[in-house]
Design a protein around this ligand. Structure first.
Ligand SMILES: Cc1cc2nc3c(=O)[nH]c(=O)nc-3n(C[C@H](O)[C@H](O)[C@H](O)COP(=O)(O)OP(=O)(O)OC[C@H]3O[C@@H](n4cnc5c(N)ncnc54)[C@H](O)[C@@H]3O)c2cc1C
Length: 426
């Protein structure tokens, strides 16, 4: 029996509830209004407020309520598409600009944690585990390519024996060990960003769902049920939910539900043989497993996805997969189970752009937003502050709509994602 289905499950229980949330009331003036208090919105707010801008953030629930406060906490290297693919698609210069942004993203997370003393159990080390021999060959190739062409020397290939030793499971033929990756407690990180943004002068209103916005001759009016923010600029940082307030963007973003469980703290004799290296792990399948150990010794395991109706019994869905990887957890109870909505794009690259001179957006980090959304917020802030280079590099990545109108889109996306699931089993 799981203890909590509170939205962020284990993370909220571990980090504690926050004090009362203040909703927007009346009319507020701001230089920049930001919709959404996740990594994107709060990082944008922090960077703008540090530059002296008057910033107001409007959040429908509470900071970190959606993906940012309930994800796997894994910090990945690069973009979701590998560099060779990006070079073929966009050319070597653009691909290199995107690599630099992804590299800056990891450094930014570490710098923010240090600079603002955010207590979020940040650790270095990520393992990408190959689910079969072909995937291992791909990882080997990729590791060599990044070393030779991008001077990236933080990752190396480990063989089946070493993989079994550092992970505590024998199911993988090998893996890529990446010292540049890492992991953290995401809800604590996003709350840390909130605190830093507030100390820099940002006003944050929670329980303040934006119902719509309108542009006027001299600004943007952003409306909630109980108030309005009048601002010179608007940032939409609502990721999977962007289509609700910006319908013209709905076709660019699809939703996938991902599920995570947290076991009880592992007994010492079990803990010793499960992830002794304390790295975060993701495997190479399309519908991937990703997991790590919490500071209090629980297995946080995520696997399975749902594209239609999320199941009621999340623990029952994830547990069999967890036991395939770690049969030694068969007698361990699951204390928490929760789900989150991942915003994905058709290209699996984040989608940045502007709806008008005053309204910008970034969404669709496709499962890789811990570092990239934090960086995305800074890039959106920089664009407003007059430094457009990285914004332009992101916005120039061609975005593709999912097919179908509002009614057909979901079944078509579901069919496409199920096809990837079939490929995993081949
Ligand atoms: C289960 C899960 C596991 C994941 N694991 C990883 C991982 O291990 N590593 C990784 O890099 N990435 C991972 N991701 C992806 C990552 O969490 C996201 O890419 C990232 O958090 C997106 O941040 P964001 O700020 O853009 O969006 P969000 O965190 O979704 O924030 C958007 C905010 O907007 C608010 N909002 C929505 N509509 C409105 C409205 N109308 N008015 C006001 N506010 C509104 C929401 O309440 C929310 O707080 C995972 C995602 C999920 C769901």
């Amino acid at each position: 029996m799981t203890k909590s289905l509170y939205p962020q499950g284990y993370y909220a229980a571990e980090a504690g509830q926050t004090a009362s949330r203040q909703p927007l009331a009346g009319t507020q003036m701001a230089d920049v209004c930001i919709v959404g208090a996740g990594f994107t919105g709060l990082s944008a707010a922090l960077h703008l407020a540090e530059a002296g801008m008057r910033v107001t953030v409007l959040e429908a629930e509470e900071a970190g309520f959606a993906a940012s406060g309930r994800n796997g906490g894994q910090i990945h290297t690069g973009m979701r598409k590998d560099q060779r693919e990006l070079e073929r698609w966009l050319g070597p210069v653009h691909a290199r600009d995107l690599w630099r942004i992804a590299d800056d993203a990891k450094a930014l997370v570490r710098d923010l944690v240090r600079r603002h003393a955010i207590d979020c159990s940040l650790k270095d080390g990520l393992v990408i585990a190959a689910h079969n021999a072909a995937a291992l060959a791909g990882l080997r190739d990729d590791t060599a390519y990044l070393a030779a062409n991008y001077a990236y020397h933080a990752s190396r290939i480990i063989d089946a024996d070493e993989t079994a030793r550092v992970l505590g499971t024998h199911i993988y033929p090998g893996a890529q060990w990446d010292d540049g990756g890492g992991h953290l407690q995401p809800l604590r990180f996003v709350r840390g960003l909130k605190g830093a943004a507030q100390r820099a002068g940002t006003q944050i209103f929670e329980n303040s769902r934006v119902l719509g916005f309108e542009e006027t001759a001299d600004g943007v009016r952003v409306n909630t049920a109980s108030g309005t923010v009048v601002a010179a600029r608007l940032i939409i940082a609502t990721d999977a939910f962007t289509g609700a307030i910006a319908p013209s963007l709905a076709a660019y973003i699809a939703h996938v539900e991902s599920f995570i469980v947290a076991t009880e703290p592992l007994p010492p004799e079990v803990r010793e043989h499960v992830l002794p290296s304390n790295v975060a792990v993701a495997d190479t399948r399309h519908v991937l497993d990703y997991y790590r150990i919490s500071p209090d010794g629980r297995m946080l395991f995520a696997g399975r996805e749902s594209y239609w109706n999320p199941p009621a019994d999340i623990a029952g869905l994830v547990r069999p997969r967890m036991l395939e990887v770690f049969p030694q957890l068969k007698d361990v109870a699951i204390d928490y189970a929760w789900r989150g909505t991942v915003g994905i794009t058709r290209t699996r690259m984040p989608h940045f752009g502007k709806l008008s001179e005053r309204v910008s957006f970034a969404h669709g980090y496709s499962g890789q937003g811990v570092a990239l959304a934090t960086m995305g917020g800074k890039i959106l802030a920089d664009e407003i502050l007059g430094s457009r280079e990285q914004f332009d590099a992101m916005a120039r990545v061609p975005a593709r709509k999912f097919p179908g109108g509002p009614l057909l889109r979901k079944p078509l996306v579901t069919a496409a994602l199920l096809w990837f699931k079939v490929l995993d089993s081949l």
